[in-house]
Design a protein around this ligand. Structure first.
Ligand code: BMA
Length: 326
């Protein structure tokens, strides 16, 4: 299997698969890597995204301060596990250099395309809507005007143009704790005007993704298709449960689903996933992929309380997805 468009990341977080484990992913023994009150200023850091940067790692972190309002903070790390966070939220500016204010920001994703890094997140735009910003140096973050109308969440960019266009997955929603949702795709020539949309995946008939689904990590390019890690939600008499699974999308037309796993990769089982601010949430937002070995480190938010890591390989997830496909 060929992995495309990734980098060699010899210093990325990694733990070998425990003996006898046949699961598609395995958790870090260091979980949660960012536990409650990590700095004394933020109560909770979760659902956050990182990329390799400057011989280490840079990340955009969702952190909730003591007001409970989520904002995005910059974090840097040498090993991808221990992060130093900036004290103040990222200050976004618009394309004219003026401050681009919004009341809240959450669930960031982060991807490198060419020489720029793009942050996508859920922003306050008369309700939850997607936002997109570009940075080249993790110092200046230029926020474009909102790409879509409200309400929309889980905006996840592909790491390169496909047939000359940027492509983004998203999940149209309502203004609250949306009880429905499919993954759609839109295209853009300039990252500012989006359209030419397709429906990609509907919520599943399998129990774990019955209520709604949303793209998780930026798709990983392989010779077998784009590997998409997505979250799936089911509704119980005690509320939503967030798990995650995978699909392979067509390389040329990623609106076409080639394989979709009927089984989840990971579901809340550990105490740090089943207990917390919002119990029973495993919410994947970022994956580091080592081109040379195919190792994957998935960052996921646990129980809207902490940041966790789990591991796998591209080969293992692609094989699992195909073997457990519908
Ligand atoms: C979703 C988002 C996520 C959160 C999840 C569970 O709607 O708000 O940030 O992790 O709910 O509360």
């Amino acid at each position: 299997m060929i992995i495309k468009n990734e980098k060699d990341i010899p210093n990325m977080p990694w733990e070998e698969c425990p003996k006898g484990c046949e699961d598609p992913v395995w958790r870090s023994t260091q979980n949660p890597i960012i536990a409650r009150n990590p700095t004394g200023k933020y109560a909770r850091v979760f659902n956050s995204a990182v990329v390799p940067f400057d011989s280490g790692f840079a990340g955009v972190f969702r952190a909730e301060d003591r007001s409970g309002i989520p904002h995005l903070y910059l974090g840097k790390s040498k090993d991808g596990i221990h992060y130093q966070f900036e004290e103040k939220p990222i200050r976004f500016v618009d394309e004219e250099g003026k401050e681009a204010f919004s009341h809240y920001q959450y669930d960031p994703r982060l991807v490198q395309i060419g020489t720029s890094y793009y942050v996508t997140w859920c922003d306050d735009f008369y309700g939850p809507a997607l936002a997109i910003a570009e940075t080249k140096d993790f110092k200046t973050f230029v926020k474009y005007n909102h790409p879509y109308l409200p309400f929309n969440r889980n905006g996840v960019l592909f790491p390169r143009k496909i047939n000359g266009e940027y492509v983004m997955l998203s999940r149209p929603s309502d203004s609250g704790h949306t009880a429905f949702g499919d993954i759609f795709l839109s295209r853009s020539k300039d990252l500012r005007y989006w359209g030419n949309c397709d429906h990609v995946m509907e919520r599943g008939w399998e129990w774990w993704n019955l209520t709604k689904i949303g793209a998780g990590c930026n798709p990983i390019e392989t010779s077998e298709g784009w590997l998409l890690i997505f979250h799936g939600v089911t509704n119980t008499c005690n509320g939503f449960v967030y798990s995650f699974g995978g699909a392979l999308l067509d390389l040329e037309n990623p609106a076409k689903v080639l394989y979709r796993s009927t089984n989840y990769f990971l579901t809340p089982e550990k105490e740090y996933e089943t207990r917390g601010f919002v119990p029973n949430v495993c919410f994947p937002t970022s994956a580091l992929v080592d081109q040379k070995t195919g190792r994957i480190a998935i960052y996921y938010g646990a129980a809207d309380t902490s940041t966790c890591l789990c591991f796998s390989t591209v080969e293992r997830l692609v094989t699992y997805t195909k073997e457990h496909a519908r």
